[in-house]
Write a protein that binds this ligand. Structure first.
Ligand code: PMP
Length: 438
């Protein structure tokens, strides 16, 4: 008898039966194809989370990079330390001080964006089947990492004040009752992607208390923390719990994502493991990028630049919430973010964000359906809208188009519902065309 496993006849990939099991979790987003259309100039994209860096002083950046090549070229183009450039790690501790973190540069590991930091932390902690507790909804890029390492994601609810402590308690209890191991709680406390909410000060202490008493590590992902619209940056969770929090930061939103420089700040023993993981992943993070970021920080008023970014994003946030207020059907709900890039919009009952997306793109507006931000299929009644990239005028136009699509969808739904009782009666109760077509 032939014991060769049979290959699906329809597969065009000759390697299909050789891939590792973990690739089953590496699936292309169903909405990727639509995004190719969404990036056409006539479409207002409220979908992407690209930072708007048109205000960066390119002359300053150019000079810093020119000097870097002229004075430190061979070093900048050489391999470097797996942990990252010491001068940059020192500067990173200054950045984190703005959020109340007192840290030693030795505990910082530079990564290829904070995305790689999520990957390294998961690589170091998670075996297949281990549980990561995430907010509901959560950052799609982190969910992709957790899936790729075959973790089980358990979602815990959020409200307007961020992660709900009772929901976290319940998620921990239910996971443990099911006999599963929780490796960490992944949280985005500030200006959440995608929910736009911020964890309240009172809740910060409570979430830390829960994790401390349950002996669970916290992975605090904070790329937007310095992009608040009002007042001082909030105190990081890591500032009050150095031994039980791995903190992730990034220069993608406060400077530019193209350098791909982020970092992890971890307790000493974890840091050792992260450096080993970094060495096996990349040998070292790119020396040139790190030195360029370091030169920019040293030669420019980077805090003044962040202030400019904040003002620009605030204007765009205002444009979006004003447009939503003026144009959206009354049954829609949304939050008003205090910083960051995103608004989370909940649709009227019965309207499905994923099903509606092709019609929205036809109407020349794009968004990300809520389902992208859940590991379990939830979220179809919501969507993420980003205001970071388009101009205020385009944002308003995008919201106007979207409101039209939602209204049409609601009308369709109402027509459908009007027939629903009749449908339940079966063909004979249906007062439409005869079903007797035979
Ligand atoms: N975490 C969150 C919450 C994000 O929104 C992003 C980028 N959109 C990242 C991590 C990754 O950012 P980067 O790798 O550019 O630092």
């Amino acid at each position: 008898m032939d014991s060769t496993p049979s290959r699906p006849l329809h597969s065009l990939d000759p390697y299909v039966d050789r891939y590792a099991a973990r690739t089953a979790g590496m699936t292309a987003s169903e909405i990727r194809a639509l995004f190719a259309v969404a990036s056409r100039p006539e479409v207002v994209s409220l979908a992407g989370g690209m930072p708007n860096i048109s205000g960066l002083p390119l002359d300053v950046v150019g000079r810093a990079i020119g000097d870097l090549v002229a004075h430190h070229g061979p070093e900048a183009m050489q391999y470097g330390s797996g942990q990252g450039v010491p001068a940059l790690r020192e500067q990173i501790t200054e950045v984190m001080r703005l959020e109340g973190i007192e840290a030693h540069p030795d505990d910082v590991v530079v990564t290829v964006g904070s995305q790689q930091a999520v990957d390294l932390v998961t690589r170091v902690f998670c075996d297949p089947g281990d549980v990561v507790i995430c907010e509901a909804p959560s950052y799609v890029g982190a969910l992709g990492v957790f899936k790729a390492y075959q973790c089980d994601v358990v979602h815990a609810e959020m409200d307007a004040d961020g992660l709900v402590p009772e929901a976290l308690r319940q998620a921990i209890a239910a996971t443990r009752a099911a006999g599963k191991r929780i490796k960490f709680v992944y949280t985005i406390p500030n200006f959440h992607n995608p929910a736009g909410v911020t964890l309240s000060v009172a809740r910060r202490a409570e979430i830390l208390d829960i994790c401390r008493s349950e002996d669970i590590l916290v992975l605090e992902d904070n790329p937007y923390g310095l992009l608040g619209f009002d007042g001082e940056p909030l105190r990081a969770l890591r500032a009050d719990e150095p031994d039980k929090v791995v903190y992730l930061g990034s220069f993608s939103k406060t400077f530019a994502p193209g350098f791909r420089v982020g970092w992890a700040l971890a307790p000493h023993t974890v840091r050792e493991k992260l450096v080993l993981a970094q060495e096996s992943a990349t040998l070292c993070p790119p020396q040139f990028s790190q030195m360029a970021v370091s030169a920019y920080l040293a030669s420019h008023d980077w805090q003044g630049q962040i202030k400019q970014f904040r003002e620009m994003y605030r204007e765009r946030r205002d444009a979006m919430v004003d447009a939503l207020h003026d144009l959206m059907p009354a049954a829609c709900r949304w939050n008003v973010p205090d910083g960051g890039f995103y608004v989370w919009l909940t649709l009227p009952p019965g309207v499905d964000a994923k099903a509606m997306l092709p019609r929205a793109v036809t109407a020349r507006v794009a968004y990300v359906p809520g389902t992208a931000f859940f590991s379990d299929g939830f979220g179809s009644s919501a969507m993420r809208l980003s205001y970071c990239y388009p101009t205020p005028e385009r944002i308003r136009e995008g919201v106007r188009r979207l409101a039209g699509v939602i209204e049409a969808e609601m009308e369709l739904r109402a027509t459908f519902d009007a027939y629903a009782p009749a449908r339940e009666l079966g063909p004979r109760g249906y007062d439409g065309p005869s079903s007797d077509l035979s």
